[in-house]
Write a protein that binds this ligand. Structure first.
Ligand SMILES: [Zn+2]
Length: 308
């Protein structure tokens, strides 16, 4: 009942009762977060029935506009850096300055990108402006219909047949998605054949090893029941990818002062108003930024490629 979602070990230690600051998550049976003694992941148990969860994604609006535009810009730059580095047979990315990247960027042609769990598609539309050919999967039917009207055939339900998308995508993005997945290996197995040769997967997920998590502990907002079923650090994400024939090219973290610091702080103090003001964001910005420089930013960005 409390096996690790990631490595299936049964030696998990219960950390705390999973409580959310959100009204909308009340009414579920009591769940707990466990820490896996074998792989270090933190996971929820018992998980909520899959059909209830997918209905939440289908109906609710709270996942449509989920935006971490910093991550997207960062990820986008990351893609370009990797493409450039791949062309130059060099993976020594951190050695190159960002000024060089930007100069080299202009000569690289954007390709096809798939955003898994694309919500209202705004991240993709942002990328389209830079020349990317955009595709997505999404549970929400209203959003799916709207996107398909504008981009016929390019947006699908996650349970669709994808065989005509094999060997297609230069980039597959999972932005704030993998922490929702109860069988992450199964998802990777579905997505892997869709990558084009030299294609990359960019995974952005809350960082279990972040300062925000350590500062706020159980009040860290990313302990977000019932949806966030597993939380990863870089080590756990690397292990998941390695088990699925993928290698990590690059790991970085970035700052999200508003949610991960501001909202966690409000949750820890049990403040009734959960809206983080601009000045609060500003207040949290220095520590958030410093955490990022120390590779302990509140969001983890991992870029991976298929082996062979
Ligand atoms: Zn485990």
């Amino acid at each position: 009942m409390s096996n690790c979602i990631l490595c299936h070990s049964s030696s998990g230690l219960m950390l705390f009762k999973a409580t959310s600051y959100r009204e909308s998550s009340s009414g579920f049976p009591e769940q707990h977060y466990y820490k896996c003694s074998d792989c270090g992941a933190v996971y929820i148990a018992p998980t909520i029935d899959k059909s209830i969860i997918s209905n939440r994604y289908r109906d609710a609006n709270n996942y449509l506009g989920e935006t971490f535009s910093n991550a997207v810009v960062e990820a986008y730059n990351g893609i370009q850096r990797i493409k450039h580095a791949t062309q130059n047979q060099s993976y020594n990315l951190p050695m190159l300055s960002s000024a060089i990247y930007h100069r080299e960027l202009r000569s690289i042609k954007p390709g096809k990108v798939l955003d898994v769990g694309c919500g209202d598609g705004h991240l993709l539309i942002e990328l389209e402006r830079s020349g990317w050919d955009i595709y997505g999967t999404e549970y929400n039917e209203v959003s799916l219909a709207a996107l398909n009207k504008q981009y016929p055939g390019k947006f699908r339900n996650p349970e669709s047949d994808f065989s005509d998308w094999y060997d297609t995508f230069d980039v597959i993005m999972l932005n704030q998605v993998i922490e929702h997945i109860e069988q992450p290996s199964e998802l990777i197995k579905i997505l892997l054949p869709l990558l084009a040769r030299n294609g990359v997967m960019i995974i952005v997920t809350p960082n279990l090893d972040s300062w925000a998590r350590h500062i706020f502990g159980r009040h860290w907002v990313q302990f977000w029941p019932p949806e966030h079923v597993v939380l990863y650090g870089a080590k756990q994400l690397k292990a998941l990818l390695a088990r699925n024939n993928m290698s990590v090219i690059r790991v970085q973290t970035y700052a999200e002062p508003g949610t991960d610091y501001g909202l966690s702080f409000r949750t820890a103090l049990n403040l009734p108003n959960k809206t983080v003001s601009k000045s609060e964001k500003l207040l949290w910005y220095p520590v958030s930024l410093l955490g990022t420089f120390m590779l302990s930013g509140s969001q983890l960005v991992v870029i991976a490629q298929r082996n062979n």
